[in-house]
Write a protein that binds this ligand. Structure first.
Ligand SMILES: [Zn+2]
Length: 178
């Protein structure tokens, strides 16, 4: 008679006590694996795939609202930080390291943002941009806003005219920043 010697393997997600039944590669060489429960293997996969096919602009757009990226990916930063402290973090793409050093534009920390004046911040908000941004981004946004608020297209509305002035002034402020 054979007794199955099944060892309970805990899910590698630091906060999870479930069984880690699913394998997920730790690195590109596929020579080492995490073991996750079904929920965390799918979240893990999502978190790595999340930015894979994206341009930096897309990532930053995704990223601009207070690091929502983190929340999208099983609190990526928090858990990676734990793994890192435990010495268990395999970081083949150096993403985490770069993030910690703040030199990866994907994951720019908020305190890397240069000091912007109130006017500059307001202009950024108006344009729906976050720093840093490219001239191209700025021009794109400007076009959209101009189309929407151009006085000629708003039957000479005073409000539209005011808004249009603000947009133009903001554009002039922002163009110096990219
Ligand atoms: Zn789990």
């Amino acid at each position: 008679m054979v007794i199955k010697d099944k060892v309970f393997r805990k899910c590698d997600h630091p906060d999870c006590q479930k069984e880690g039944e699913y394998r997920a590669p730790k690195n590109r060489n596929l020579d080492d694996y995490y073991w996750f429960c079904l929920q965390h293997v799918s979240e893990y996969n999502k978190s790595w795939d999340f930015y894979k096919g994206m341009s930096i602009d897309e990532i930053e757009a995704e990223n601009k609202l207070d690091m929502t990226w983190h929340e999208k990916t099983w609190k990526f930063g928090v858990n990676l930080d734990k793994l890192h402290k435990q010495g268990n973090l395999d970081d083949p793409f150096q993403i985490y390291n770069d993030y910690m050093k703040g030199n990866n534009s994907f994951f720019k920390k908020h305190n890397d943002t240069p000091k912007l004046s109130i006017k500059e911040k307001e202009a950024l908000t108006l344009f729906g941009l976050s720093y840093p941004f490219s001239k191209e981004d700025l021009k794109k946004k400007y076009k959209v806003l101009v189309k929407k608020h151009h006085p000629d297209l708003n039957a000479g509305s005073k409000e539209a005219e005011e808004k249009f002035k603000i947009i133009s002034a903001s554009y002039a402020i922002l163009i110096k920043k990219c």
